[in-house]
Design a binder for this molecule. Sequence first.
Ligand SMILES: [Zn+2]
Length: 240
Amino acid sequence: MLRRTTDYIVLHCSATPPAHDIGAAEIRQWHMAKGWSNIGYHFVVRRNGAIETGRPAAEIGSHVKYHNASSLGVCLVGGVNKAQKPQNNFTEAQWLALRQLLAELQSRYPHALIIGHRDFPGVAKACPCFGAIEWAQTNGLRAAPPMRLVTASMLRAIKRESEDGDEADDDLSGQETAPAKWWTAILGSGGVGSLAGLGYGLDWLSITAMILGLILLVCLALYLMGYERRERLWDRLVGL
Ligand SMILES: [Zn+2]
């Protein structure tokens, strides 16, 4: 199925040790063994820096729960040590290739922001085992804001995904309804309060929610001030 928007380029790792020289073919096998139609990622960067194509770039991938319908997935091979513990062990060739690939993708998809899998709210994984946002910033690429809040644009992304449908990411079992997905995302990000948050793209709904939140705060402050101080403040404001 074709993607309607490309808001993010999500970076992943294959969670394999450095000596494991695999590529798109092996990952495709793993994913298809799970019953998926194809490899979940759109691009795979091998240990030697070779870029291999996974799922066609225009299609909806399967690599990040709730955001597949609005993102591209790029997987770096590596990311764990021999004991399977997260480790930033990517090669110089991989960093060079990644930088080039992402620059090219961002010129093709001008609204797409770079983000790591673990940077989305509610993700309890180390993937891609390095700070993708900071890395993108220091390499002159457009990165997503480093915030872990659910916003209106994210809720729309979740809605889009439940409409368009996909195989979700690597550890999803069973089908979730759209409202269930919303609640998981909101609770995962630390509460309903963060709904009014910044980040992940400011849109009119997020801004409205923020303004309403500010008005509520001012009202609360005025209420807590008490009658007399409120009167004095009023007098000062109107210049009496
Ligand atoms: Zn991942």
